[in-house]
Design a protein around this ligand. Structure first.
Ligand SMILES: *[C@@H]1O[C@H](CO)[C@@H](O)[C@H](O)[C@H]1NC(C)=O
Ligand SMILES: *[C@@H]1O[C@H](CO)[C@@H](O)[C@H](O)[C@H]1NC(C)=O
Ligand SMILES: *[C@@H]1O[C@H](CO)[C@@H](O)[C@H](O)[C@H]1NC(C)=O
Ligand SMILES: *[C@@H]1O[C@H](CO)[C@@H](O)[C@H](O)[C@H]1NC(C)=O
Ligand SMILES: *[C@@H]1O[C@H](CO)[C@@H](O)[C@H](O)[C@H]1NC(C)=O
Ligand SMILES: *[C@@H]1O[C@H](CO)[C@@H](O)[C@H](O)[C@H]1NC(C)=O
Ligand SMILES: *[C@@H]1O[C@H](CO)[C@@H](O)[C@H](O)[C@H]1NC(C)=O
Length: 392
């Protein structure tokens, strides 16, 4: 069964030296140039202002929870995977454990705050947690709660990290993040894609929708636990346009009656929208219930579907084809020859593609998505991403 977002099996031939490495310095200018060139923000002036209005001296700290959409190397570290090129080829120039040719959305968001990329919680060498921690792990779901690396487990890892940090500080020792920074930090959650995909591959639409509430309840519980422990700033991402992913589109079907006008699978997308609608309402509810907390919901479906529907506007050629895969048009995706397998082929110019490997987006697409998030157009309430590190 296609457990979507779980990382592909690593190629064994790769040298250990290629993976890992220290986090490169943010290429701030490049990200801004991309954001401006795409003119997603209402005006260039606003785009420039976005991300840099932190109170002087305020230190933005970010904790991220999620799946491979925001895994900056956690699963690779946990499993000792030697992820092979062409992963990372467009930006880091070596594999980093990200399933992408370059930066993920979370990397662009960190650049917008002028902070280093988040180190994975489980990466033992070369990590620096002074700007936050990334708990995201490829393949993660919300349920079942006792499975390894699910959302609840990631939150428990956070509590472990926090308790050890405060313990060290109480003993007069150094820790990268102190009590005040924990409280003022931004807590990002981007999860659910793997839960929904697993349901969709087994059940008809109505039964999938009936099984969404327990997934949402896990996200709610995670926010409540973090809030109960003093966290106040939350940024929650909805799920993407699952029905436009080449991996889903390449599953054999009887006929094309489920395809919409953009060639995406309507049933998958309807499920994604149903999830997001409920998640948005949950965030509204939490905003009211949790005193002094800010809970921003961002509709990643709208952003990622726009990317496909309006791909020419963003400079993409084949919106439903992978850059790294096998088989040629229409999807260039073959499960047994996926990007990390030895028989896959890779396109010359990834910046012309939305899909990197059939499940994950290219760096070029991630740049557009991040710019859309930073524009606040798709968020509720429409706060600037850097809002949290202002004086409160
Ligand atoms: C970004 O951070 C660097 C070093 O921390 C600092 O020198 C620079 O002024 C910052 N830039 C902005 C726009 O805040
Ligand atoms: C960790 O990152 C912070 C902020 O970017 C920096 O000031 C510090 O020197 C780094 N620590 C190490 C050990 O590299
Ligand atoms: C927050 O979590 C830490 C570590 O688990 C725990 O020691 C502390 O009691 C918790 N605080 C609250 C207010 O829940
Ligand atoms: C297409 O397939 C669906 C089920 O997958 C079926 O319900 C529908 O009747 C089919 N349409 C045509 C025109 O064959
Ligand atoms: C909310 O903020 C006010 C003012 O800072 C503070 O007095 C109050 O204790 C806070 N309440 C909670 C539940 O955090
Ligand atoms: C495509 O772009 C147009 C013009 O900006 C916009 O009105 C429309 O909503 C976009 N389509 C999607 C599916 O987002
Ligand atoms: C990959 O290519 C090799 C050599 O052509 C072939 O022996 C092998 O069966 C291929 N593997 C797959 C999964 O197609």
């Amino acid at each position: 069964m296609l457990y979507t977002d779980r990382g592909p099996s690593p190629r064994s031939s790769m040298s250990a030296a290629a993976a890992g490495g220290s986090a490169p310095r943010p290429a701030l200018a490049l990200a801004l140039a991309v954001a401006l060139a795409l003119t997603l923000s209402p005006s260039p002036a606003q785009a420039t202002a976005g991300g840099f209005s932190c109170r002087p001296g305020a230190r933005p700290v970010v904790f991220n929870f999620g799946d491979s959409n925001s895994d900056t190397g956690g699963m690779a570290a946990a499993k000792g995977w030697h992820i092979a090129p062409p992963e990372g080829r467009a930006f880091f120039h070596h594999p980093t454990g990200r399933f992408c040719d370059g930066r993920l959305v979370i990397d662009f968001l960190c650049e917008s705050l002028n902070i280093s990329y988040l180190s994975p919680y489980l990466k033992a060498i070369g990590s620096n947690y002074s700007n936050g921690v990334n708990f995201a792990i490829s393949g993660s779901t919300t349920l079942p709660r006792d499975a390894l690396f699910v959302l609840h487990g990631q939150v428990q890892e956070f509590f472990f990290f926090k308790a050890r940090s405060l313990e060290l500080i109480n003993q007069g020792q150094e820790a990268p993040i102190d009590a005040e920074a924990f409280q003022n930090a931004l807590y990002i959650i981007d999860i659910g894609q793997n839960d929904i995909n697993a349901l969709l591959s087994n059940l008809p639409y109505d039964q999938v929708v009936a099984k969404l509430p327990p997934i949402l309840a896990e996200i709610k519980y995670a926010v409540q636990l973090l809030y109960g422990n003093g966290s106040r700033n939350f940024w929650i991402h909805g799920t993407g346009a699952l029905g436009c992913l080449p991996q889903k589109l390449s599953i054999p079907r009887k006929n094309d009656s489920d395809l919409d006008q953009n060639g995406c699978l309507s049933t998958y997308n309807r499920a994604a929208v149903a999830f997001n609608t409920a998640l948005g309402s949950l965030c509204d509810q939490l905003s009211v219930e949790l005193k002094n907390a800010t809970v921003v919901y961002t509709d990643l479906f709208a952003i990622k579907y726009d990317l496909v529907a309006n791909h020419t506007k963003y400079g993409f050629d084949s919106p439903l084809m992978t850059c790294c895969g096998y088989g040629g048009p229409p999807y260039n995706y073959d499960l047994s020859r996926s990007c990390q397998s030895s028989n896959s082929t890779v396109c010359a110019d990834g910046s012309k593609f939305i899909s990197w490997d059939g499940v994950h987006l290219t760096e070029a697409a991630n740049a557009v998505v991040a710019a859309a998030i930073l524009s606040s157009t798709y968020s509720r309430p429409k706060l600037k991403f850097d809002q949290f590190c202002k004086a409160r």
